[in-house]
Write a protein of this length. Structure first.
Length: 125
């Protein structure tokens, strides 16, 4: 089982430097953690628009990801193909891409976004 972190979950981990909530669940404690490149893209846009500020430097995110043993998931052709056919139950383009990646690569998506749970085939934590 692999876990894909939604952007807001990633931000909490980066700011709190904690993955306690995930580690509390025995099922997921040792599951590999991933974050989509789409999440970093979304964060960089929000930072440039003044809608997000981080306590640390954005340039140090990759170092923090490595320290937390979170792997970066690139955006691939198969995910983009899935995105085309994904129903419009969620309007956020970054979340839609993360949903497509989760489905294509059989991830459990770590999120508290209720719109994402509208996709019946998605596995969430």
């Amino acid at each position: 089982m692999k876990l894909l972190l939604d952007t807001h979950v990633l931000i909490r981990i980066l700011e709190d430097e904690s993955i306690d909530e995930i580690e509390k669940d025995e099922t997921y404690r040792f599951a590999p953690l991933y974050v989509s490149l789409a999440s970093l893209w979304e964060m960089s846009i929000k930072i440039s628009l003044g809608k997000l500020s981080l306590s640390g430097s954005f340039s140090k995110i990759l170092i923090k990801l490595e320290q937390a043993k979170i792997q970066l998931l690139p955006i691939d052709h198969s995910s983009l193909t899935k995105l085309i056919d994904l129903p419009w139950l969620h309007k956020d383009p970054f979340d839609r891409l993360i949903i497509a990646q989760s489905l294509v690569h059989n991830f459990t998506l770590v999120t508290d976004d209720s719109y994402i749970r509208n996709y019946p085939e998605i596995k969430t934590l």
